[in-house]
Design a protein around this ligand. Structure first.
Ligand code: PGA
Length: 258
C-alpha cells in the first residue's frame, strides 16, 4: 500500500453466493462490526438480485456496493443481461469486469474492453481483473500475458479517465484454491502492472492507480500482502462471505504504512 499516492481498496466478490435474505442478514452483522478507521475504501460486489438489498442496507455507511459483471451494450435484445446504466441506477458504485471465471465462460479481452468503457460511461468504477494460469506461470510468460490483458482491456481509455479504474491481479491458480501467491510473487506482478500503466499513461497516473491482489486472500495472510508497496488492496472471494473475516481484512488494510 502507499496511501500517500493512492487509495487502498478492500473489495468483496461474492460470486454466486447468498440470496437477498442472506444479504440482509450479512449486512446487519457487518454494519455492527465495521471498523471506524477511514483508511480504505470498502466495496462489496454481490449477485445482481442482491444489489438493491445491499444498497439499501449500506446507505448510511461508507461501503460501496458493486456488481460482478455488466453487458457492454446500453440496452436491447440481450436476454438475461444487465446494462451498466441499470447497475448505476440501482445504486452500484463498482463493477467487476473480466474476472477469470467469466473469461472461462468465453469473455474475451475485447469484451472486457467494451465493458470497461460502458461502465465508465455510467460513472461506475470498474474493477478490471487480469491473471495468469499455472501453465503460463510455469512457462515463464506471466508478465507478457498480464501486459497483453492490461493493454487490451484499456485500449482507447483516455488518460483523464484512467484513475477512475481499479485493477485486480488474480492469478488463476490462487483463486478459491487456498494457494495464495506469496507476498513477493504478488508484489512482483502488481509492480509489473504499474510499469505497464506507466508506459501507457505516464508516471503520475501509474503512481495514482490502485492495484489489488486477489486469490485466497484471507484474514490470516492479508496483513503481509497489503504491506507490499504495490498491493493497494484485495479482491476477496471466500473470506468476504463471513462478516468477521472480511472485517479482519479491512483492519489489516488499516495498518500503518511507511
Ligand atoms: P477467493 O476468490 O478469495 O475465494 O480465492 C477471489 C476472487 O476470485 O475474486
Amino acid at each position: 500500500m502507499n496511501r500517500k499516492y493512492r487509495k487502498t481498496v478492500i473489495a468483496g466478490n461474492w460470486k454466486m453466493n447468498k440470496t437477498p435474505t442472506e444479504t440482509k442478514a450479512f449486512m446487519t452483522e457487518f454494519k455492527a462490526i465495521l471498523p471506524k478507521g477511514r483508511w480504505c475504501d470498502i466495496a462489496l460486489c454481490v449477485p445482481a438480485v442482491c444489489i438493491t438489498t445491499a444498497v439499501r442496507a449500506m446507505r448510511e455507511t461508507r461501503v460501496g456496493i458493486g456488481a460482478e459483471n455488466c453487458n457492454a451494450n446500453p440496452s436491447g435484445a440481450y436476454t438475461g443481461e444487465i446494462a451498466a446504466n441499470m447497475l448505476a441506477d440501482a445504486g452500484c458504485k463498482y463493477v467487476i469486469i473480466g474476472h477469470s471465471e467469466r473469461r472461462a465462460m468465453g469473455e474475451t479481452d475485447q469484451d472486457v474492453n467494451a465493458k470497461v468503457k460502458a461502465a465508465m460511461e455510467q460513472g461506475l468504477i470498474p474493477i478490471m481483473c487480469c491473471g495468469e494460469s499455472l501453465e503460463q506461470r510455469e512457462l515463464g510468460i506471466t508478465n507478457e500475458w498480464i501486459a497483453m490483458q492490461i493493454k487490451s482491456g484499456l485500449a482507447g481509455i483516455p488518460e483523464e479517465k484512467i484513475r477512475k479504474l481499479v485493477i485486480a491481479y488474480e492469478p488463476i491458480w490462487a483463486i478459491g484454491t487456498g494457494k495464495t501467491a506469496t507476498p513477493e510473487q504478488a508484489e512482483e506482478v502488481c509492480e509489473h502492472i504499474r510499469s505497464v500503466i506507466r508506459k501507457l499513461y505516464g508516471s503520475k497516473n501509474a503512481r495514482a492507480i490502485s492495484i489489488l491482489y486477489g486469490g485466497s486472500m484471507n484474514e490470516r495472510n492479508a496483513f503481509e500482502l497489503l504491506a507490499q508497496p504495490d498491493i493497494d488492496g484485495g479482491l476477496i472471494g471466500g473470506a468476504s462471505l463471513v462478516p468477521e473475516k472480511f472485517v479482519q481484512i479491512i483492519e489489516a488494510a488499516n495498518q500503518p504504512t511507511a
